[in-house]
Design a protein around this ligand. Sequence first.
Ligand SMILES: Nc1ncnc2c1ncn2[C@@H]1O[C@H](COP(=O)(O)OP(=O)(O)OP(=O)(O)O)[C@@H](O)[C@H]1O
Ligand SMILES: [Mg+2]
Length: 310
Amino acid sequence: MIKVDNLTKRFGRHSAVSGATFEAAKGEVVGFLGPNGAGKTTTIRILTGFLPATSGTATVDGLDVSEHSLETRQRIGYLPESVPLYRDMRIREYLRFRGHIKGLRGNTLRRRMDEVIERCGLGDVRRKMIKTLSKGFRQRVGLADALIHDPPLLILDEPTNGLDPNQIRSIRHLIKELGESHTILLSTHILSEVEMICDKIVIIDGGMVLASDTPSNLVSKMRSAGRISIELKADPLIAHEKMSSLDQVKKVTHERDRGSWGEFSILVESGTDTRERLANLAREEGWPLRSLHRYAATLEDVFVELTRKD
Ligand SMILES: Nc1ncnc2c1ncn2[C@@H]1O[C@H](COP(=O)(O)OP(=O)(O)OP(=O)(O)O)[C@@H](O)[C@H]1O
Ligand SMILES: [Mg+2]
């Protein structure tokens, strides 16, 4: 549905996007994840025809967005980072106006207005002025606008930004529902959001795509795949040294002491479970052991590992 190939956008000498390549297949909900300034909005503005690329290509449904601007825009419902709503319009009035711009008329327009008002949970407030709505409801109006021409693809730029936790929950719920019948590209820097909603994740930073895979593949492919926590009674220095010398152990940290028990945190390489060898080591050394727990790597670990600057 979306194919971005070696896409580059330069502003003067600064490259906002540098050779980004990724795809979103039909029906997929793809999280577009990256820290501030990563190039998410720039990529989205190119996809939605608001900005020309410096080089590379972006296609929607097989059509190049720069050559077939009209046709590709018809297929896209776009929720921008900050929605330019007309504050003095009522919701119905605004949606009629937006639908009209997008070429809808008469009965079709009225039917689509009713459908998106229903779909986005705007029924009770449909006659209200936009300026009197809470931020969460304004975001729903933005979504209704994105949906009015019934596009198969939704591109949502940080749809939950600035909302309170309850509003975030309900917008996420709505996006999840929309994902059952639409292809969605969802830009965010909130990890839990993509974990909850997305089939696939594209991680971008510094204008470059650093990873593109399912959440579980990203986690299992990560280099430092996990952390083990162990509590034992031993001389901390000796325990530290012996555990550090085990294969596949990347780093041992002495976290704290609880009475005579010492707690260590151990970073291990991917695809290994070092617990058994740690237990054997403790037995061989005669160290009493009272807990041994593995924490699987999270998407947050993946994100930090890929995008940290140190
Ligand atoms: N019109 C512009 N002119 C000059 N530089 C720009 C322009 N738009 C974006 N940039 C720069 O390009 C880089 C990428 O910006 P972009 O808005 O795409 O990031 P983003 O991933 O959407 O970030 P955020 O999470 O903060 O929304 C930033 O360094 C930004 O300052
Ligand atoms: Mg942005």
